[in-house]
Design a protein around this ligand. Structure first.
Ligand code: HEM
Length: 499
């Protein structure tokens, strides 16, 4: 008798459990917004969270397999969040020219840690973004950033970099910190008129903190954009470290603003901060204006953050590929010697006369795919797109990596082949699909500066040095490390002087 009662209870419990799982499953499926683009369904409630965890630290291969399976526009869910992944040049251009697909998701972490929400450029939306972006552009124009008139500032920095590399006297070094210092210094000169000595302890510390955060933020900056209230209070792991680093970097930025305020001369603004403070003074009366100290704080943080890691990493991929392809390195050097000579360093004016050098730089940027997943966008409204609906609030990722590795666009795309960008008579081929800086209304604000820095950085380094893999060092690896950018694995190099 007891046995019958027990088996009855077990049956009821089992039936109840199955019913719950079915309800959970059905509810999970029903919470999938209607008419989404195709994509992997994953588990109820969790979506593809499990697959994403397994794909860590590099989700690019997983995304690529979804692109192959579901097409150019793929959707998936991670918990309650809906993502749309854009996998071809055409869909990225089309989506990013749509006014409702150009907002940014909010960063819960930045908002909680620094009190910066709809501020600055990168994370701002609507009128604030429009005004701040336009102003930043106008400051770049008036300071000549990315133009010939700014070339001397960049060249001075490259001199400092060269001298620091010469001090190594051919012994092996990790280029990360030195390249980072050179590139950050150029942004610092734009933002607060300072070019630091590489021995400056505070400057080194700030760079290390920013570096850490780039890595800690995980594939495509996932942690930065995780909508988890209280994330800044998590007392352990990556979130705790990121918040601490962010606060320290921000203290450094606030100090810069404060010292500029103390010696501001409105008739002689020197840099981004001065010009911003001037603008604030002029627009004080306009209640509707977004020129405020909090937006200034955010904007200079954006420049430093967006302008340092990206360009540093590009230069690191350059040296890595040159070590791996010494014959190509020699060919670039021969072209430089022929066009520029040995008496001076390369200048922007030489750019059009250096097709092979440019082709190598482009191929490095294609293979390096530094901004592999761009910077996330978010849909401002339910939006019809290619026969599907991208729901309001969906996070949109541009799979720039996929475009740059597309076999259709770049035959034998796995191979490193700069010659693919040269005509038979040696002229440079320009291809619009090379969207290193994204496209559309949010296209990289620092594109001109970055192009100038990578060209002058790469050419002046190869003009002065030959880079070699140190004897007995581990084999070169071309695996990327995906944080906000797609970084190289750490490596050592030897720079042998050519003079
Ligand atoms: C090789 C170097 C660089 C690469 C590959 C790169 C790439 C990108 C990409 C892919 C985006 C996202 C665009 C989008 O949302 O669709 C972006 C945004 C941005 N970049 Fe860059 N970038 C580089 C250097 C720089 C530099 C040097 C600066 C400034 C000093 C800069 C400032 C910005 C800013 C402010 C944004 C946000 C634009 C907005 O939200 O309106 N970037 N960049």
């Amino acid at each position: 008798m007891e046995w019958i009662v027990q088996s009855d209870t077990s049956l009821w419990l089992m039936t109840g459990a199955i019913a719950l799982v079915v309800m959970w499953f059905v509810k999970g499926l029903m919470s999938r917004p209607k008419n989404l683009p195709p994509g992997p369904v994953g588990l109820p409630f969790l979506g593809v969270a499990w697959e994403m965890m397994r794909a860590k630290p590099d989700p690019l291969a997983l995304y690529s397999s979804w692109a192959d399976q579901y097409g150019d526009v793929v959707s998936f869910k991670v918990g309650p969040m809906t993502f749309v992944l854009l996998n071809s040049y055409e869909v990225i251009v089309e989506a990013f020219s749509h006014p409702d697909l150009n907002n940014r998701p909010k960063s819960q972490m930045v908002e909680e840690a620094l009190g910066l929400a709809n501020n600055g450029v990168i994370l701002a939306n609507g009128k604030v973004w429009e005004e701040q972006r336009k102003f930043a552009h106008s400051v770049f124009r008036s300071l000549g950033v990315g133009k010939k008139s700014y070339e001397d500032t960049v060249a001075t920095e490259m001199d400092q970099l060269r001298a620091a590399i010469e001090e190594k006297e051919g012994s092996s070094f990790d280029p990360n910190l030195l390249f980072g210092q050179a590139v950050a210094n150029i942004v610092c000169s734009v933002a607060f008129g300072t070019q630091y000595k590489y021995s400056d302890v505070e400057f080194r510390q700030i760079l290390n903190l920013m570096n850490d955060n780039m890595e800690l933020s995980s594939g495509g900056g996932a942690l930065l954009f995780l909508p988890l209230p209280g994330i800044s209070k998590i007392p352990f792991g990556a979130p705790k470290k990121m918040v601490k680093n962010m606060k320290e970097v921000n203290k450094f930025l606030l100090n810069q603003i404060e010292s500029h305020e103390k010696c501001l001369d409105l008739d002689h603004p020197r840099d981004f901060i001065d010009l911003y403070l001037k603008k604030m003074a002029e627009t004080k009366v306009l209640e509707t204006s977004s020129y405020s100290k909090i937006n200034l704080n955010s904007a200079i943080g954006d420049l430093l953050f967006a302008g340092t890691e990206t360009t540093t990493t590009t230069l690191k991929w350059c040296i890595l590929y040159m070590m791996a392809h010494p014959e190509m390195q020699s060919r670039v050097q021969r072209e430089l010697d022929h066009v520029v000579g040995r008496e001076r360093l390369p200048r922007l004016d030489d750019r059009n006369d250096l097709p092979y050098t440019n082709a190598v730089l482009i191929e490095v940027q294609r293979k390096g795919a530094v901004a592999a997943l761009g910077v996330p966008h978010v849909a401002a409204e339910d939006t019809s797109f290619r026969g599907h609906t991208i729901p309001k609030g969906a996070t949109i990722l541009s799979n720039i990596w996929k475009v740059l590795n597309s076999e259709e666009l770049w035959k034998d795309s796995d191979a490193f082949k700069p010659d693919r960008f040269l005509t038979e008579d040696g002229k440079l081929i320009k291809r619009e699909e090379l969207i290193f800086f994204s496209v559309g209304r949010r296209v990289c604000l620092g594109e001109q500066l970055a192009r100038m820095e990578t060209f002058l950085g790469f050419t002046s380094l190869l003009h002065r040095f030959t880079f070699k893999k140190p004897d007995n060092s581990p084999p070169l690896s071309f695996e990327g490390v995906l944080g906000i950018t797609r970084n190289t694995m750490p490596y050592l190099t030897c720079a042998l002087s050519r003079d």
